[in-house]
Design a protein around this ligand. Structure first.
Ligand SMILES: *[C@@H]1O[C@H](CO)[C@@H](O)[C@H](O)[C@H]1NC(C)=O
Ligand SMILES: *[C@@H]1O[C@H](CO)[C@@H](O)[C@H](O)[C@H]1NC(C)=O
Ligand SMILES: *[C@@H]1O[C@H](CO)[C@@H](O)[C@H](O)[C@H]1NC(C)=O
Ligand SMILES: *[C@@H]1O[C@H](CO)[C@@H](O)[C@H](O)[C@H]1NC(C)=O
Ligand SMILES: *[C@@H]1O[C@H](CO)[C@@H](O)[C@H](O)[C@H]1NC(C)=O
Ligand SMILES: *[C@@H]1O[C@H](CO)[C@@H](O)[C@H](O)[C@H]1NC(C)=O
Ligand SMILES: *[C@@H]1O[C@H](CO)[C@@H](O)[C@H](O)[C@H]1NC(C)=O
Length: 551
């Protein structure tokens, strides 16, 4: 197994509080042995919008993720490239945008369909790391060749929790005492098949792997993919108590906005399939859902987030107990967000901030926080049921716009591996290159060829997202059109000041967008309309903007 190269970091104007710890890191780097290389723990959550204490949410209890944030750099404005699982994951795990992976649905494997692109874990594996996958990292199925991209990405077979198979079965006890396949699914742990839940099993497996890594001679890259708060909201019922229904508000903008083009709306078909939602006989495509049920959905989403938080807490506390916190980078993110009634929607599948914006934070030992002293823990487990858990120093934040596609070069750079070179256009024939940015300057890491992206005004930073549609009006497959049915692509840019989207003709055979064929447009200004309810596209001079939509 090849040894990893020494971290190619050089210190640049680090702040005083980091000065002493940086010295020890620098000497560690000079050691140039596998034992000194930094490990990586990448936590990927499914459908998690930044409804977290550390993102300013006053209701949600997430003390363990907040504690991670307090020792991290947190990106306030991080965006996914497409708000649906498989396309987003394949995009950020390969460091390429959906127009390069050519995956907008669930039905192709990029290595045969687009190009033989390297992945983040593959890059670490090829540089001497033990790479391990637990839970949902790649989206399962065709999009990762039914193998989570094994053997290319992983040192051994990925782990999937055995209780995952019950997620969509009748395991939710309804008011009638019978078991149903519901959307709202608070469970009694004594009552569920196998007596456990997938995320709990994943945490246990991840901890078991970390214990094994303690004695490993190679550094590790461990990716842990959590399922909650993805639907159904199947979580231990005690978490419901954190969110009394009378304290749950509706979305601030629960109506479908007047000026929203029909093509931009997605009819959230998947929750309608759950038995409890079906029983409500909700009108397709616009609803609405009765307000008491809206509150219950929000309650269960937030309860799922707190349950997830306890799993993250157990995992990080174990990392700490194993004394791995001083040499492990921790990255935390999600594949995309989820609308909890905003714009009358209850799903991902759109270009709004509420579905494209994701939590993103990086803990880098000695850089974003001082190393723990002897006997000290950075990540003691914190119970969301303990009210004192609310008090938490917020750590360092940046409001700069960043994209998930930048995760690959950033993790490579932070670990001191070769950062993939910028991709040529097109890059289908290039196996290892990056379409995102190296976010190294946020860590005071010197970057020999710093991205021109960062030289200008932060107002010029852009995050790109896109979403396909089969038709101009919402229909049964508007949420998740198959490639052959895509007729329109919504290309969207977000800057610190606005979100601008054009829905243009798209030919799925040629993968060609026609920017002369504009079906609809959206423009929202962040300051005056942060929730994106007042589309001012028609009022604006937008003749020149479409040029900037191509990344
Ligand atoms: C794709 O990349 C993998 C990993 O580098 C390599 O083993 C494989 O041979 C490549 N496949 C093709 C068709 O080039
Ligand atoms: C996908 O999986 C199949 C079945 O295991 C295998 O034969 C094929 O080589 C894999 N594709 C690639 C590109 O590795
Ligand atoms: C619910 O709201 C009330 C009134 O604001 C507050 O006193 C109480 O602490 C809240 N309960 C929870 C669990 O947040
Ligand atoms: C913008 O103009 C188009 C074309 O005239 C029209 O169909 C659409 O309803 C207008 N949108 C808004 C928000 O006024
Ligand atoms: C469902 O709603 C439709 C109208 O929206 C109504 O015609 C139908 O009777 C309802 N079905 C049930 C079972 O309530
Ligand atoms: C991390 O801590 C362990 C145990 O305290 C120690 O053996 C190891 O040398 C430390 N590593 C670094 C990089 O500081
Ligand atoms: C692009 O759209 C314009 C306007 O609808 C149309 O005239 C043109 O033929 C289209 N181009 C292609 C290549 O389809």
């Amino acid at each position: 197994m090849p040894r990893p190269p020494p971290p190619a970091w050089h210190l640049l104007g680090f702040s005083l509080f980091l000065a002493s710890v940086c010295v020890s890191l620098e000497s560690a780097a000079q050691g140039n042995s596998a034992a000194d290389a930094l490990n990586v723990l990448l936590i990927i959550v499914d459908d998690l919008r930044p409804s977290l204490g550390c993102y300013g949410d006053k209701l949600v209890r997430s003390p363990n993720i907040d504690q991670l944030a307090s020792h991290s750099i947190l990106f306030q404005n991080a965006f996914a490239q497409q708000a649906v699982c498989a396309p987003s994951r394949v995009s950020f795990l390969t460091g390429r945008r959906p127009d390069t992976t050519r995956l907008y649905d669930f039905n192709s494997y990029w290595r045969v369909h687009a190009g033989n692109f390297s992945t983040i874990p593959q890059h670490f594996k090829e540089n001497g790391y033990m790479t391990m996958s637990v839970g949902k990292v790649f989206h399962p199925g065709i999009s990762s060749n039914h193998s989570d991209d094994s053997p290319y990405s992983w040192s051994f077979a990925p782990y999937h929790p055995s209780s995952e198979k019950y997620e969509n079965t009748k395991t939710c006890r309804g008011e009638d005492g019978e078991l149903h396949a519901n959307l709202l699914c608070p469970v009694d742990m004594a009552d569920v098949p196998e007596g456990t839940l997938p995320d709990k099993q994943s945490t246990e497996e991840a901890i078991r792997l970390l214990e094994k890594m303690k004695t490993s001679t190679s550094p590790f890259f461990l990716a842990v993919g959590y399922h909650k708060p993805h639907i159904p909201f199947r979580y231990p019922k005690e978490f419901q108590k954190l969110y009394p229904l009378e304290n749950i508000t509706l979305a601030p903008d629960p109506q479908v906005p007047d000026g929203l083009p029909r093509v931009a709306y997605n009819p959230w078909m998947d929750i309608r399939e759950r038995e409890d939602v079906q029983a409500l006989n909700i009108s397709v495509p616009y609803g609405p859902i009765p307000v008491d049920f809206q509150r219950k959905i929000r309650q269960s989403y937030f309860a799922s987030v707190s349950y997830l938080d306890t799993q993250v807490g157990r995992l990080l506390s174990a990392l700490d107990d194993l004394h791995l916190v001083n040499n492990t980078i921790i990255a935390f993110t999600s594949d995309h967000g989820w609308a909890l009634g905003e714009h009358g929607e209850w799903a991902k599948y759109s270009n709004f901030d509420v579905t494209t914006r994701v939590p993103l934070m990086f803990y880098v030992p000695g850089r974003t926080a001082s190393l723990p002293g002897a006997g000290e823990k950075l990540f003691p487990y914190r119970s969301p049921f303990d009210p004192t858990s609310e008090l938490m120093d917020s750590g360092r934040h940046t409001e700069d716009l960043v994209e998930l596609v930048s995760l690959f070069p950033t993790l490579a750079g932070l670990a001191g591996l070769q950062v993939p070179p910028r991709c040529p256009i097109p890059s289908f024939h290039v196996e290892l290159c990056r379409e995102g940015q190296k976010l190294l300057k946020y860590f005071q890491l010197h970057d020999s060829e710093e991205d021109p992206y960062f030289h200008g005004n932060p107002r010029d930073l852009i995050a790109y997202s896109q979403y396909p549609r089969p038709a101009d009006s919402p229909q049964w497959n508007s949420d998740k059109p198959n490639l052959k049915d895509i007729k329109i692509m919504g290309y969207s840019i977000r800057t610190i000041d606005y979100r601008y989207t054009v829905w243009v003709g798209f030919n799925p055979g040629e993968f060609l967008a026609n920017f002369s064929d504009i079906h609809a447009g959206e423009l929202y200004f962040v300051d005056s309309d942060p929730l994106q309810d007042h589309n001012v596209y028609n009022d604006s001079q937008h003749g020149e903007l479409p040029q900037s939509l191509k990344p």
